[in-house]
Design a protein around this ligand. Sequence first.
Ligand code: FES
Length: 571
Amino acid sequence: MESQKLRSQNWFGRKGKDGFIYRAWMKNQGTPPDMFDGRPVIGICNTWSELTPCNGHFRELAEAVKKGVLEAGGFPVEFPVMSLGETLIKPTAMLYRNLVSMDVEESIRANPIDGVVLLCSCDKTTPSLVMGACSVNIPTLVISGGPMLKGHWRGKDIGTSDVWRFDAAHKLGQITAEEFVESEACMARTQGHCAVMGTASTMAVMVEALGLSLPNNASIPAADARRKVLSQLSGRRIVEMVKEDITLDKILTRKAFENAIMVNAAIGGSTNFVIHLLAIAGRIGIELNIDDFDKYSQHIPLLANIQPSGENYMEDLYYSGGLPALIKEMKTIIHNDAITVNGKTMGENCATAEVYDRNVISTMEQPFKPESGIVVVKGNLAPNGAVIKPSAASTALLKHSGKAVVFENIEDYHARIDDPLLEIDATSIMVLKNVGPKGYPGMAEVGNMALPKKILEQGVTDMVRISDGRMSGTGFGTTVLHVSPEAAVGGTLGLVQNGDIISLDAHNRTLQLEVSEEELAIRRAAWKQREKMHTRGYVHLYQTHVEQAHLGADMDFLKGGSGSEVARDSH
Ligand code: FES
């Protein structure tokens, strides 16, 4: 009876010419006739690409998912979508997150798919796939690719966060160009995504905390055979989810989003989490705003000692008990009754988890660091908000006033940052404009701009930096990010001039440009758009419709969903 209700039967269950066409061409792949008998058809949405190295092992994982689907009596069908490799795509992978979400949404809806497994790994592949799936809202389960094993170089463990340190050391002549290159292969030595709590790991934690994956999805290393086991079990489970009609909206409740925010604070997740979770909430129809990130992460300490906020790597989180063990530490504050894809609650999934290494997963009473989460600051410089990650910042700089040193865009920054005549000292505040959603376009990860060489030579490692861009989850520093509204739409950020005093007080959640309203009005009247507005293609569509960072930087016409109904039902 249940199989009669499945949407795939609108294709494969048809009689006559249409049914012939739907089935016959599938049979050219060697599909036996009983695959069309009404069993759940499971789409495996694969972001495998050699241009997305973090997802390079997904053909193997897809095979494991297929095994599981077949074992549970389903019909697996793998399909590709555009894949976003963080390291190669220019100008920035974020420009294409919304495009991929459209690809995913339309691919699922247009095809005979009853349930879908999303294979995600590198940063943007996770939010883009989840956003697209939310707009269709069929049973959905996420499998992350898993982190790389930690790197080793010259007797030391290394990971992505060392790229910034090595770059600074190279600038200062502390390591040679040859040594810098030698470390590349030592860092990225196995399949998988960045081994630290960068954005990919943060996204993997996010899907597990939202209840969208099986337990331990976030931390099993990509190279560990148990990643394949998790994939096979996920293949079995999605078939059951279709039979139980567990659609995405039944899992992605308000409680699930609050859990994700709290867990993100406890693990020291990336600031990119904010825009991606806001965008996902917008697709599934949950009211969430930027202030919720501050509200639900306040008073949550940093439990996970993982880089860049700590010392360890994602594999260490797994060996120490994995995310279920960390979430169990939070059992008095999280929503234990939130339902997850395996049909159990978050509390049930974590009940038997144990912590094996307190150096990696600490307790709420004796946390690794007392401050964590996302701080949202507001003021005349960011009326709609900006974000800071205190666990990656210098405590002494969280309250700081200084003179602005302004870079009009990223090219201006590169041209002048190491100019010996640049008037800057360690107390200055570096301001980078026009790297936001519309201005860049695509909101580049350049907010943690490197310090000038002459400042580094003084032994200074951190300064306050403010921009309308983002920061890599592997980055660190006292960086105020996602300033909204951005400079390119006439935000106050665009009016800042060299020498203006800026006051940041993260403890009191304020960010103020100490310039009178009268003076700002004069500057506003003289302000001109200086960044290029594109007139064709996807970038034009994006620039025309992208929303500001505090809303998730989705495109306005993509908010919400259209369900799984197909508008016209004929060839
Ligand atoms: Fe892909 Fe870091 S570059 S996860």
